[in-house]
Each structure stands twice: as structure tokens, then as C-alpha cells.
Design a protein around this ligand. Structure first.
Ligand code: ASP
Length: 330
């Protein structure tokens, strides 16, 4: 498998109002109308989950969770989503260690085998572009990208955008601060793509210089209309942000422990003092988690911190919605 060098994905199949059977590999496939559909279905799913309603939407269907890279939230929330909808899962974590992949089986063969057993495949992989490659290999069932290397994480963005939509009632005219490892954070890459679909959004991106967005991403996102302002120092944080989106330094993308430590030492941590100085009273603080020296746990008690509250729960509801749509059951 070769690694993609660019995050640009011009040739993905757009959803265009019809989710059934579609692979979901990039935010680029969604229009505003498609996102509105997901959010409308998410509201129904939230009711089902909150009330523990017995549900048959995915009854008779089996979803393969194929996770080549460690994950707790995404894996757990996909499993919860399928089961809340009455479906079943076939779960493989770390197949490189426990399956025929360790015997040298090709990625394409592994995908086609799991495809033969299931009705959809949810894939997490450390290589950028792996989800697209899997989608090409699986011709009968949809593949959902649950994070491919430092490329994209579309389902994280669905839950992030739903969290913003629930809080603000809109996804346009927002000012945000996205902090941390902008170069490698797939959740930042997908979120910026999503927010670029809406009018008049201004996003400040706070990172050490060596972790700023790739120039390809920077240019293509600006072209889409999202106003991007890169900053590198705490003092430059604006005081009028509607939300902060904090991310950890993506340790697994660094060539050496020293390089990682160097980057980590330049990171601005979200602390109570930082919020006190720069954050509005009615903003929210998000984090895709896990937080690793990114958000001080002392912030958790602040009611503006939603990462362990609504944001995490919305992961299950939005994934329920997407699965029901892609599997043609809603
Ligand atoms: N869980 C998110 C991801 O898989 C964020 C992170 O790992 O930092 O990208």
C-alpha cells in the first residue's frame, strides 16, 4: 500500500441526497443538504438511544469493524451504534497481529474476505488513503472511513458538526479556534472541510510552525471559502471565538520520540487560565479525544467543556444515523 501525499480527493463519489450503498471516505462527498439529512436523522437516533428504545432498524445486518490502528472511542461508538439499532458486529482489532494479515495477506484480500461476511465495513487504518483503497476493493458493501492516517476522519466531523449545530443552531457565521497538531490531525482536516461548506466561517488555527496545515490543505481550504488565520502564539488567540477545538500532538505520526517531544514542548495547553483570559462565556471547548497533554483536566468542571459530555455522546447518535442511511434502512 502506498501512502497518499496530498489530502486533496477530487474524485470521491458525492452523496447527492442518496446515501444507500455509498462508501463514506471523505467530507468532500457531503453537501449542506446531505449534512442536514444526517443531522435530522441524528435527532431521531438520539431519542432512540436516550430512551433505550428497542430498535430493529439494522436487524438482520452485520457490520464489520476492521481496526488496523488503536481506537477506543470510534470503535466503541460504532459498536454501540450498530447494537443500539438492533444489528450485529464482526469485530477485528489489530488484524495485523491476529489474522491472516500477519501471514502476508494483501490488504485487498482482507477487505474482500470481510466483505463476504458482512453488510458494511468500518475501517480504521494508519495509512492515508487506505479507506479509498478499501472502497475500491469492496465492490458489494459500503466502506466507512473511521480514520485513515493523517488524512481524514469523516464520522468524527459529523459528530463535531452536530455538536456545534446543537449548541449554536447554525453552522455558518462561526468563529473557531482549532489548536494542536494541524498538520497531522485528521479530525481538523475533516472539520475544516465540513465548515468550509457554510458561509462566513472564520477559523483560527493555532499550532507550532512545524505542525501547521500542509500548504496543499491550506490553499484548497481557503479556495473553498473558509477564512483561515494561522497563529503560533498564545497571545494571538482572539477573544471572540464561538468554539475551541483542541487536539493532541499525533505521536504516532512522528519519526522519533525526540521529534515528538520537541513538537509537544511548543504546544499551548487548554488550561483554566487560558479560558479565563481568552474564552467567551458562551463558547464551547471541544476535543476529539484522547487528550494527551492537550487539555488540562482542571478544565473538565467548566460547563463550557463538552468533550466528555455532549460531544462524546453525539458520536454514537451520528454514527447510528450514518449507518442507517448508508445501509438503506431509513
Ligand atoms: N480519536 C481521534 C482520531 O482518531 C483524535 C486523536 O486520535 O487524536 O483521529
Amino acid at each position: 500500500m502506498h501512502q497518499m501525499t496530498s489530502h486533496l480527493q477530487p474524485e470521491v463519489e458525492i452523496i447527492n441526497g442518496d446515501f444507500k450503498g455509498k462508501d463514506i471516505v471523505s467530507l468532500d462527498q457531503f453537501s449542506v443538504e446531505d449534512l442536514t439529512t444526517v443531522f435530522n436523522v441524528t435527532r431521531q437516533m438520539k431519542r432512540i438511544a436516550e430512551n433505550n428504545e428497542p430498535c430493529h432498524i439494522l436487524e438482520g445486518l452485520l457490520v464489520g469493524l476492521l481496526f488496523f490502528e488503536p481506537s477506543s472511542r470510534t470503535f466503541g461508538s460504532f459498536a454501540a451504534a450498530v447494537k443500539r439499532l438492533g444489528g450485529q458486529t464482526l469485530e477485528m482489532q489489530n488484524p495485523e497481529a491476529v489474522s491472516s494479515v500477519s501471514k502476508g495477506e494483501t490488504f485487498e484480500d482482507t477487505i474482500q474476505v470481510i466483505e463476504a461476511y458482512t453488510n458494511a465495513i468500518v475501517l480504521r487504518h494508519r495509512f492515508a488513503g487506505a479507506a479509498r483503497q478499501a472502497a475500491q476493493a469492496a465492490t458489494c458493501v459500503p466502506v466507512i472511513n473511521a480514520g485513515d492516517g493523517n488524512n481524514e476522519h469523516p464520522t468524527q466531523t459529523l459528530l463535531d458538526m452536530y455538536t456545534l449545530y446543537e449548541r449554536f443552531g447554525r453552522l455558518d457565521n462561526l468563529t473557531g479556534l482549532l489548536a494542536g497538531d494541524a498538520l497531522n490531525s485528521r479530525t481538523i482536516h475533516s472539520l475544516l472541510r465540513g465548515l468550509s461548506l457554510y458561509k462566513n466561517n472564520t477559523m483560527y488555527v493555532l499550532s507550532p510552525r512545524q505542525l501547521r496545515l500542509s500548504r496543499d490543505d491550506y490553499v484548497s481550504l481557503q479556495d473553498r471559502g473558509v477564512r483561515l488565520i494561522e497563529i503560533h502564539r498564545e497571545q494571538d488567540i482572539p477573544r471572540d471565538c464561538d468554539f475551541w477545538y483542541w487536539t493532541r500532538v499525533q505521536k504516532e505520526r512522528f519519526a522519533s520520540a525526540e521529534e515528538y517531544q520537541r513538537a509537544q514542548s511548543e504546544i499551548v495547553v487548554a488550561s483554566p487560565a487560558l479560558l479565563k483570559t481568552y474564552a467567551k462565556k458562551d463558547m464551547i471547548l471541544m476535543d476529539p479525544l484522547p487528550r494527551v497533554e492537550s487539555v488540562d483536566p482542571a478544565v473538565d468542571a467548566d460547563e463550557r467543556a463538552v468533550y466528555l459530555r455532549s460531544q462524546i455522546r453525539n458520536g454514537v447518535y451520528t454514527r447510528m444515523a450514518l449507518l442507517a442511511l448508508v445501509l438503506g434502512r431509513i
